[in-house]
Design a protein around this ligand. Structure first.
Ligand code: ZN
Length: 134
């Protein structure tokens, strides 16, 4: 499998509106736009940083994965996303190597990217997302 770069860092926040000030006004990053992904009960807001992006994540429901994350651990880095060349082949390879996957097959995330999560039990406790964009 080939990892091309860190695509983005997913940061769980209680509120994008309340949280974006630091990224926008203090770090002077640009706000690229936001998008709600209903299937994952999350609204995302992207701030490009060079070749990568900061992705703020706000839950749209109390039982969403981001709400549960904040409940357990508070706001903070929720996942690291690596961009891969071929996500299907990458998942196959990881499966063969015994890596625990959350998603056996890619699903569609923000911006129409194909994404899949690996289980933190196999990744030193980090929720890792693979992401393929065309
Ligand atoms: Zn992500």
């Amino acid at each position: 499998m080939k990892i091309l770069k860190i695509d983005h860092l997913g940061i769980a926040v209680k509120s994008i509106d309340a949280g974006k000030n630091f990224w926008l006004d203090i770090l002077n990053l640009e706000f690229e736009g936001s998008e709600t992904v209903e299937a994952q009960k999350v609204t995302t807001a992207f701030f490009p940083v060079g070749e990568s992006e900061v992705e703020l994540l706000e839950s749209t429901a109390a039982d969403g994965p981001v709400a549960k994350y904040i409940e357990k651990k508070g706001e903070g880095i929720q996942h690291v996303a690596f961009r891969v060349e071929d996500i299907e082949a990458s998942l196959e390879e990881l499966k063969e190597k015994g890596v625990r996957l959350i998603d056996q097959k890619p699903r569609i995330g923000a911006g129409g990217a194909k994404i899949a999560f690996l289980h933190p039990k196999s990744t030193n406790g980090v929720l890792v997302e693979l992401c393929q964009r065309d």
